[in-house]
Design a protein around this ligand. Sequence first.
Ligand SMILES: [Fe+2]
Ligand SMILES: [Fe+2]
Length: 197
Amino acid sequence: MAVTEATWARIVEEMAKLPEGVRRHIEEVRQWCVELAKAHHIDVAKAELAAIAHDVCRTVKAGDLLAMAREYGIPVTNLEEAFPVFLHGPVGAQALKRRYALADEEILNAIACHTMGRAGMTPLDKALFLADKLDPSKVSRYPFIAEVGRLAKGDLDAAMVCFVDHQVKAFLDQGDLVHPAMLAARNEAILAKRKQP
Ligand SMILES: [Fe+2]
Ligand SMILES: [Fe+2]
């Protein structure tokens, strides 16, 4: 569904109210997401708006994220109970739909899965997921990210596998949890790569 100019303008206006650090991140993600969209024949306008809006709920407090997830009927597992920040994507997508009349399901789905990925990711989902990680200010968190960026320009699935492999190894080394959605995304990216000629 086409996004109206009024909806676009309202979202841009709302995002301008976010803290400076989040706005800087959003701008980096926007640039990467547009670049990846152009490289992979993804709708550039959708990629740009998805990037602009993706962290609409990034600064919502943990308790409020849980309350909003329950209000919106978003499933909350033990993992999200323990780490409500996992919910800022799905809650953000629903908030954009309900509060800002953003009705484009492709954009909403990409925003919903931008943190952890999911099974059945579309090229737009992958572009936003990767763009979110490719923000240069995250290089200390993702020291392997240059390789992901290089791969992403030519092959989104290869970049997905590269990112998740490095990230899951880091989680395991640190004794951290691994969200199953990230493993689902990795498995499907590997299957997609095996189907490539
Ligand atoms: Fe985010
Ligand atoms: Fe982000």
